[in-house]
Design a protein around this ligand. Structure first.
Ligand SMILES: Nc1ncnc2c1ncn2[C@@H]1O[C@H](COP(=O)(O)OP(=O)(O)OP(=O)(O)O)[C@@H](O)[C@H]1O
Ligand SMILES: [Mg+2]
Length: 415
């Protein structure tokens, strides 16, 4: 378990929030794991996994990949979140194979490298020392067309190799929508053309930028009707609350409704919930009981920790966007009602909708489940706006106020 220093003592923190998680730090997702595993083992299957950020997609996909490899199959995950060129995608696929398949990769790589005609070499990973294959750095400056050809060769050769060895390889391309940043629509058509003929590779495309993904799937676009779609939903609320309580109890803390309070304040994203729970442990100093007030204090401390970055972001917003953000934080009645427009100086009914659309596009706001309103992507940004930006207009609310809260999400009584 992770060690946290508290007042000179170290306390085991049973929650992790950095990177992907597995083992005791991971809960639930049995249906998703079974589904992803099945796709990774089914020749030529193609699936799209999409959902909001910080839900646990990458962790679940990584676990599905390792479960396939542990039981004699072959699967790999390539993280494309930072890729800037097609060449980077090729490198991520190669290094993903080495990471995911570990020692069993040995035979495959020599054959694969041979097929890639000597342009690939093995370099040690500075963190683990493991040898990772990558293309010569010069391919990043190749023409776009040449880089696409290289990616085609990587994928085609993986398919031929799998065919020759009479096996299937499951390939996860995580944050695949990033190809639209440097490849435009033609990149999507290119990728479609390459993968649709593969009978020995199955593909899972995963992503969290929903508006980009939705656009990629529209009629007339390359991925229209090509992929089975799987919406990656939140972990069930009661399960999450009970798991948090159980983990707190495992380090001898007494969760007096703490799990439920974490879920209420943090909302549906798994990482946000775990982050509040983790902060509760950091602050607990072995005091034993964690009731609603401690959870609220942990939530406020996270908002304070993020003050610099949120303030910098806030200052990049236009006045109109700032008012829309204030309205989403402070009003539960939607942006276009006359009362909200007047109270938050939003102007005519079209103006707040336009500002909200740009905030939606940039991922700062998301639509409510019923599609009729907006909520903050991050519960911590919501708390910051309540604490720091509502006072500008003379409105004082508790940082724990949740404007969108319905009767289903009632606050537990403060103890
Ligand atoms: N099933 C789970 N059980 C417990 N914690 C989880 C689970 N899934 C995710 N988390 C928490 O969420 C964090 C982020 O997980 P992960 O990176 O898998 O999410 P993601 O949806 O891929 O996020 P991103 O949108 O940033 O790519 C983890 O570090 C962990 O704190
Ligand atoms: Mg991810």
């Amino acid at each position: 378990m992770a060690q946290t220093r508290i007042s000179g003592k170290s306390l085991q923190n049973p929650f992790r929030i950095h990177g992907t998680v597995g083992g005791e730090y991971f809960t639930d997702r049995k249906d998703e794991l079974a589904k992803f595993r099945a796709i990774l083992e089914e020749p030529a299957a193609k699936m799209l996994v999409y959902g909001h950020r910080r839900m646990g997609k990458s962790s679940t996909l990584e676990l599905a990949v390792s479960s396939v490899n542990r039981t004699g199959g072959h699967a790999l995950l390539a993280d494309l979140s930072t890729a800037s060129t097609f060449a980077d995608i090729s490198n991520r696929i190669l290094s993903g194979a080495a990471r995911s398949m570990g020692k069993r990769w040995g035979d495959l790589i020599s054959d694969w490298v041979k097929m890639l005609q000597g342009s690939v070499s093995l370099k040690p990973d500075p963190l683990t020392g493991a040898l990772l294959p990558s293309f010569d750095v010069s391919i990043r400056t190749d023409t776009l067309e040449r880089q696409r050809e290289t990616l085609t060769t990587v994928l085609d050769s993986l398919n031929s190799l799998a065919k020759k060895k009479k096996m299937n390889v499951g390939l996860v391309l995580d944050e695949f929508q990033e190809i639209t940043r440097f490849g435009s629509e033609s990149a999507e058509w290119h990728l479609r053309g390459v993968i649709q003929s593969h009978q020995n590779v199955s593909y899972i495309f995963a992503g969290s930028k929903e508006h980009i993904i939705r656009a990629m799937l529209e009629k007339g676009r390359a991925f229209y009707r090509m992929l089975d779609e799987y919406h990656f939903a939140p972990i069930e609320r009661q399960h999450m609350a009970a798991w948090i309580d159980e983990r707190l109890a495992s380090v001898s803390l007494k969760p007096q409704g703490a799990g439920e309070s974490c879920v209420r304040l943090a909302g549906p994203r798994t990482r946000d919930i775990v982050q509040v729970a983790r902060k509760c442990v950091d602050r607990s100093e072995n005091r034993g009981a964690i009731a609603y007030n401690e959870v609220a204090a942990a939530y406020v401390e996270i908002i304070d920790d993020m003050d610099d970055s949120i303030r910098t972001w806030w200052n990049t917003m236009t006045g109109q966007q700032q008012n829309v953000l204030r309205a989403v934080a402070g009003s539960g009645t939607g942006l276009t009602t006359r009362d909200t427009r007047r109270r938050f100086s939003l102007g005519g009914s079209g103006t707040p909708t336009n500002a909200a659309s740009s905030l939606l596009k940039d991922g700062h706001l998301v639509r409510t489940d019923n599609g009729s309103g907006y909520v903050f992507d991050s519960p911590f940004v919501r708390g910051w706006v309540i604490t720091h930006a509502l006072p500008d207009m003379g409105l004082a609310l508790l940082p724990t106020h949740i404007a969108s809260e319905t009767s289903e999400y009632q606050s537990p009584k403060a103890k």
